[in-house]
Design a protein around this ligand. Structure first.
Ligand SMILES: O=P(O)(O)OP(=O)(O)OP(=O)(O)OC[C@H]1O[C@@H](n2cnc3c(O)ncnc32)[C@H](O)[C@@H]1O
Length: 177
Protein backbone atom coordinates (compact mmCIF):
# COMPACT_ATOMS: atom_id res chain seq x y z
CA UNK A 1 0.00 0.00 0.00
CA UNK A 2 1.49 3.34 -1.08
CA UNK A 3 -0.45 6.31 0.27
CA UNK A 4 -0.19 9.85 -1.05
CA UNK A 5 -1.53 12.61 1.19
CA UNK A 6 -2.97 15.66 -0.57
CA UNK A 7 -1.32 18.34 1.54
CA UNK A 8 2.02 19.95 2.34
CA UNK A 9 1.08 20.26 6.02
CA UNK A 10 3.48 17.88 7.83
CA UNK A 11 0.86 17.21 10.52
CA UNK A 12 -1.36 15.51 7.94
CA UNK A 13 1.50 13.34 6.70
CA UNK A 14 2.43 12.32 10.24
CA UNK A 15 -1.19 11.52 11.05
CA UNK A 16 -1.38 9.28 7.99
CA UNK A 17 1.89 7.55 8.91
CA UNK A 18 0.46 6.85 12.35
CA UNK A 19 -2.77 5.35 10.99
CA UNK A 20 -1.31 3.42 8.05
CA UNK A 21 -0.35 -0.27 8.15
CA UNK A 22 3.27 -0.78 9.23
CA UNK A 23 4.48 -1.80 5.78
CA UNK A 24 2.80 1.11 3.97
CA UNK A 25 4.70 3.96 2.35
CA UNK A 26 3.41 7.49 2.90
CA UNK A 27 4.15 10.36 0.52
CA UNK A 28 2.76 13.88 0.44
CA UNK A 29 1.77 15.96 -2.56
CA UNK A 30 0.30 19.45 -2.24
CA UNK A 31 -3.01 19.90 -4.07
CA UNK A 32 -5.84 22.41 -4.02
CA UNK A 33 -8.69 21.41 -1.73
CA UNK A 34 -11.28 22.92 -4.08
CA UNK A 35 -13.12 24.39 -1.08
CA UNK A 36 -12.59 27.62 0.84
CA UNK A 37 -9.55 28.15 3.08
CA UNK A 38 -11.94 27.90 6.02
CA UNK A 39 -14.54 25.28 5.18
CA UNK A 40 -17.83 25.71 7.05
CA UNK A 41 -20.12 22.72 7.54
CA UNK A 42 -19.63 18.98 7.22
CA UNK A 43 -20.46 18.89 3.50
CA UNK A 44 -17.66 21.33 2.64
CA UNK A 45 -15.15 19.45 4.81
CA UNK A 46 -16.12 16.12 3.26
CA UNK A 47 -15.83 17.62 -0.25
CA UNK A 48 -12.41 19.10 0.55
CA UNK A 49 -11.14 15.77 1.86
CA UNK A 50 -12.44 13.96 -1.24
CA UNK A 51 -10.94 16.51 -3.63
CA UNK A 52 -7.56 16.27 -1.92
CA UNK A 53 -7.57 12.45 -2.00
CA UNK A 54 -8.58 12.23 -5.67
CA UNK A 55 -6.26 15.01 -6.82
CA UNK A 56 -3.27 13.64 -4.89
CA UNK A 57 -3.76 10.19 -6.40
CA UNK A 58 -4.20 11.61 -9.93
CA UNK A 59 -1.41 14.17 -9.77
CA UNK A 60 1.39 12.43 -7.94
CA UNK A 61 3.95 11.01 -10.35
CA UNK A 62 4.47 7.90 -8.25
CA UNK A 63 3.23 4.37 -7.84
CA UNK A 64 0.75 5.53 -5.21
CA UNK A 65 -2.12 3.09 -4.72
CA UNK A 66 -4.33 5.24 -2.48
CA UNK A 67 -5.00 8.98 -2.15
CA UNK A 68 -5.61 10.43 1.31
CA UNK A 69 -7.40 13.74 1.89
CA UNK A 70 -7.76 15.52 5.21
CA UNK A 71 -9.84 18.63 5.72
CA UNK A 72 -10.39 20.60 8.91
CA UNK A 73 -13.27 23.00 9.33
CA UNK A 74 -15.93 24.42 11.57
CA UNK A 75 -19.53 23.30 11.89
CA UNK A 76 -22.59 23.36 14.10
CA UNK A 77 -23.86 19.99 15.31
CA UNK A 78 -27.46 20.17 14.17
CA UNK A 79 -29.77 17.78 15.98
CA UNK A 80 -27.40 16.95 18.81
CA UNK A 81 -29.07 19.25 21.33
CA UNK A 82 -32.71 20.09 21.84
CA UNK A 83 -33.57 23.55 20.56
CA UNK A 84 -30.99 25.83 19.01
CA UNK A 85 -27.36 25.27 19.89
CA UNK A 86 -25.20 28.18 18.83
CA UNK A 87 -21.88 26.51 19.53
CA UNK A 88 -19.28 26.27 16.78
CA UNK A 89 -17.23 23.07 16.66
CA UNK A 90 -13.89 22.21 15.11
CA UNK A 91 -14.49 19.15 12.93
CA UNK A 92 -12.16 17.13 10.72
CA UNK A 93 -12.79 14.77 7.82
CA UNK A 94 -10.62 12.17 6.10
CA UNK A 95 -11.27 10.48 2.77
CA UNK A 96 -9.25 7.66 1.19
CA UNK A 97 -9.64 6.32 -2.35
CA UNK A 98 -7.96 3.73 -4.53
CA UNK A 99 -9.51 5.43 -7.56
CA UNK A 100 -12.61 3.26 -7.32
CA UNK A 101 -13.77 2.71 -3.74
CA UNK A 102 -13.97 5.31 -0.97
CA UNK A 103 -13.46 5.26 2.77
CA UNK A 104 -14.44 8.07 5.14
CA UNK A 105 -13.61 8.96 8.71
CA UNK A 106 -13.93 11.89 11.07
CA UNK A 107 -11.83 12.97 14.01
CA UNK A 108 -12.97 14.27 17.37
CA UNK A 109 -15.26 17.31 17.35
CA UNK A 110 -14.24 20.05 19.78
CA UNK A 111 -16.26 23.04 20.97
CA UNK A 112 -14.52 26.29 20.07
CA UNK A 113 -14.61 28.83 22.91
CA UNK A 114 -16.33 32.14 22.12
CA UNK A 115 -13.03 34.04 22.06
CA UNK A 116 -12.08 32.03 18.97
CA UNK A 117 -15.53 31.10 17.62
CA UNK A 118 -16.71 34.72 17.34
CA UNK A 119 -13.95 35.94 14.97
CA UNK A 120 -14.28 32.72 12.93
CA UNK A 121 -18.06 33.32 12.62
CA UNK A 122 -17.24 36.81 11.36
CA UNK A 123 -15.21 35.32 8.51
CA UNK A 124 -11.83 34.61 10.10
CA UNK A 125 -9.75 31.48 9.49
CA UNK A 126 -9.26 29.32 12.55
CA UNK A 127 -5.47 28.90 12.29
CA UNK A 128 -4.62 32.63 12.11
CA UNK A 129 -7.33 33.48 14.66
CA UNK A 130 -5.81 30.98 17.09
CA UNK A 131 -2.30 32.27 16.42
CA UNK A 132 -3.40 35.81 17.17
CA UNK A 133 -5.20 34.77 20.37
CA UNK A 134 -2.28 32.68 21.65
CA UNK A 135 0.60 34.76 20.27
CA UNK A 136 1.86 31.75 18.34
CA UNK A 137 2.93 31.27 14.71
CA UNK A 138 1.64 28.32 12.70
CA UNK A 139 -0.21 26.44 15.46
CA UNK A 140 -2.01 24.45 12.73
CA UNK A 141 1.33 22.83 11.85
CA UNK A 142 1.83 21.64 15.41
CA UNK A 143 -0.44 20.80 18.33
CA UNK A 144 -3.36 22.58 16.66
CA UNK A 145 -6.68 23.43 18.23
CA UNK A 146 -6.98 19.84 19.48
CA UNK A 147 -3.90 20.34 21.64
CA UNK A 148 -4.84 23.82 22.84
CA UNK A 149 -8.43 23.05 23.81
CA UNK A 150 -7.73 19.73 25.54
CA UNK A 151 -4.89 21.06 27.67
CA UNK A 152 -2.49 18.85 25.72
CA UNK A 153 -4.44 15.62 26.23
CA UNK A 154 -4.76 15.40 22.44
CA UNK A 155 -3.09 17.14 19.51
CA UNK A 156 -3.78 17.66 15.82
CA UNK A 157 -1.68 14.68 14.68
CA UNK A 158 -3.46 12.30 17.00
CA UNK A 159 -6.91 13.72 16.18
CA UNK A 160 -6.33 13.47 12.43
CA UNK A 161 -4.82 9.99 12.79
CA UNK A 162 -8.15 8.74 14.12
CA UNK A 163 -9.96 10.23 11.13
CA UNK A 164 -7.51 8.55 8.71
CA UNK A 165 -7.77 5.23 10.56
CA UNK A 166 -11.53 5.30 10.01
CA UNK A 167 -11.17 6.14 6.34
CA UNK A 168 -8.65 3.34 5.83
CA UNK A 169 -11.02 0.78 7.36
CA UNK A 170 -12.49 -0.47 4.06
CA UNK A 171 -8.98 -0.97 2.66
CA UNK A 172 -7.29 -2.68 5.60
CA UNK A 173 -10.10 -4.91 6.87
CA UNK A 174 -12.60 -7.29 5.23
CA UNK A 175 -15.63 -5.96 7.07
CA UNK A 176 -16.95 -3.51 4.47
CA UNK A 177 -17.39 -5.94 1.55
O1 LIG B 1 -1.87 22.90 4.09
P1 LIG B 1 -3.25 22.38 4.22
O2 LIG B 1 -3.43 20.97 3.83
O3 LIG B 1 -4.27 23.29 3.58
O4 LIG B 1 -3.56 22.36 5.78
P2 LIG B 1 -4.36 23.36 6.69
O5 LIG B 1 -4.07 23.02 8.11
O6 LIG B 1 -4.08 24.78 6.27
O7 LIG B 1 -5.84 23.18 6.27
P3 LIG B 1 -7.21 22.47 6.50
O8 LIG B 1 -7.83 22.60 5.16
O9 LIG B 1 -7.16 21.11 7.10
O10 LIG B 1 -7.98 23.36 7.53
C1 LIG B 1 -8.74 24.47 7.12
C2 LIG B 1 -8.44 25.61 8.03
O11 LIG B 1 -8.92 25.32 9.32
C3 LIG B 1 -7.97 25.68 10.30
N1 LIG B 1 -7.70 24.52 11.16
C4 LIG B 1 -8.20 23.29 11.01
N2 LIG B 1 -7.82 22.50 12.01
C5 LIG B 1 -7.05 23.25 12.82
C6 LIG B 1 -6.38 23.02 14.01
O12 LIG B 1 -6.39 21.84 14.63
N3 LIG B 1 -5.68 24.02 14.56
C7 LIG B 1 -5.64 25.24 13.98
N4 LIG B 1 -6.29 25.53 12.84
C8 LIG B 1 -6.98 24.55 12.27
C9 LIG B 1 -6.76 26.22 9.59
O13 LIG B 1 -6.83 27.64 9.70
C10 LIG B 1 -6.94 25.84 8.14
O14 LIG B 1 -6.58 26.88 7.29
Amino acid sequence: MELVVGSENPVKRRATERAAPEDATVLAFGVDSGVSDQPRGHAACRAGAENRARRALDASDTAATHGVGLEGGVATLEGAFEGTDGRLWLVMWAAVTDGDRWGYGTGPSLVLPDVVADPVREGGELGPVLDEYLGTAGIKHGEGAAGVFTGGASDRTSALAHAVAGALGPFVTDHYR
